[in-house]
Design a protein around this ligand. Structure first.
Ligand code: NAD
Ligand code: IPM
Ligand code: MN
Length: 360
């Protein structure tokens, strides 16, 4: 099968800027490798609320289902934050994840030589970091029922079932087998029943992967060790909310949210590729939106993951990743990395990456 239909859901704020950058890169890589990519734009989030009164229309959901992959920017708009807003922009990404069954969220964190010296943490601590957070994405407290608000009382429910934990554990063990064969399962089993079940099920699944060394770590201790000794981690597996929080923290190892890509995957198709949605882990960043200074690297690196995992194009993916690494190593980067005096624009970084993919 030739897979090449990509739905491009830019969303709000810097989502539109970083997605435009990744689209330029996808066009260049499509040309160089003859992929014939078809990139179709779609409105989501605040942009969709403004046009249609809802963060995600049925039409866009159908197109997302029909596409071979989705490139997603970010959603979030201060105009639709209040209690009177017709819808919340964030509902778009939550509904896409749930409706498309994208239960496995992969968030890799690597600190290469170029970024080690620019981290807010000491170089000696972060250098050599190469970890992968596997975040469960369609369960837990994000989706548990009941939830609601009764005047001055509000509630959410954290639920996990054994099958939900089992399938994300299999993904994490499988990835650990292809890496350094170490898996850290992160929970709060000293307090939460969901976490006690989590620990029990992950331990059960471990029997299928005798070569993988499994450890259990409480989430608060994990948050601390992530900064104390990040190089000790290989693969981490955790629930929806812990994974959300730990990966924003982990972005400070390489030094910016603008460097952190992600893949959200459903189980593989018969040809081995996955239906998937690819997005930076950061949001719409209203504080810098419209200035042309957002770091596009997280989204461009997400596009590389899309090429590999949903389109089955590992060489094209590697070319994008090499172009990103070379550009950063050369010292071409945005303000979040280099500061206001040396940082360059989104467009300048994008052009440098494109030039390395398609010289000529
Ligand atoms: P944020 O990730 O948008 O921004 C946090 C900080 O990081 C800001 O100072 C921002 O300027 C900076 N930053 C983020 N990405 C950057 C980039 N590429 N380059 C340079 N700097 C970058 O988080 P927030 O401010 O808490 O949230 C803003 C909105 O985004 C909220 O509405 C939130 O719900 C939404 N959000 C959406 C997603 C998503 O669509 N998946 C993810 C996170 C937050
Ligand atoms: C993320 C974001 C989302 C999440 C929000 C916008 C729903 O923070 O992708 O990390 O919490 O999953
Ligand atoms: Mn988040």
């Amino acid at each position: 099968t030739t897979r090449r239909k990509v739905l491009v859901a830019a969303g709000d704020g810097i989502g539109t800027e970083v997605t435009a950058a990744a689209v330029e890169v996808l066009r260049a890589v499509s040309q160089r490798f003859g992929l014939g990519l078809e990139l179709e734009p779609a409105l989501v989030g605040g942009a969709s609320i403004a046009a249609h009164g809802t963060a995600l229309t049925d039409a866009v959901l159908d197109r997302a289902r029909a596409a071979d992959a989705i490139l997603f920017g970010a959603v979030g708009d201060p105009r639709y934050d209040g209690p009177d807003a017709p819808d919340r922009p964030e509902r778009a990404i939550l509904a896409l994840r749930k409706q498309l069954g994208l239960f496995a969220n992969l968030r890799p964190v690597r600190v290469d030589e170029a970024s080690a010296g620019r981290s807010p943490l000491r170089e000696s601590i972060v250098a050599g970091t190469d970890l992968l957070v596997v975040r469960e994405l369609t369960g837990g407290i994000y989706f548990g029922q009941p939830r609601g608000r009764e005047g001055e009382r509000a509630f959410d429910t954290m639920v996990y079932t054994a099958p939900e934990i089992e399938r994300i554990a299999h993904v994490a063990f499988g990835l650990a087998m292809r890496r350094r064969k170490r898996l850290t399962s992160v929970d709060k089993a000293n307090v939460l029943d969901t976490s006690r079940l989590w620990r029990e099920v992950v331990t059960r699944v471990a029997a299928n992967y005798p070569e993988v060394e499994l450890e259990h770590l409480l989430v608060d201790a994990c948050a601390m060790d992530m900064l104390r000794r990040p190089t000790r981690f290989d693969v981490l597996v955790t629930g929806n909310m812990f994974g959300d929080i730990l990966t924003d923290e982990a972005s400070m190892l390489p030094g910016s949210m603008g460097l952190m890509p992600s893949a959200s995957l459903a189980p593989p198709r018969p040809d081995g590729t996955h239906p998937g949605l690819y997005e930076p882990i950061h949001g719409s960043a209203p504080d810098i939106a419209g200035q042309g200074i957002a770091n596009p690297v997280a989204t461009i690196a997400s596009a590389a993951m899309l090429l590999r995992s949903s389109l089955g194009q590992p060489e094209a993916a590697a070319a994008v990743e090499a172009a990103i690494a070379a550009t950063l190593a050369e010292g071409v980067a945005t303000v979040d990395i280099l500061g206001p005096s040396q940082g360059v624009s989104t467009q300048t970084v994008t052009e440098a990456i494109v030039a390395r993919i398609n010289p000529g």
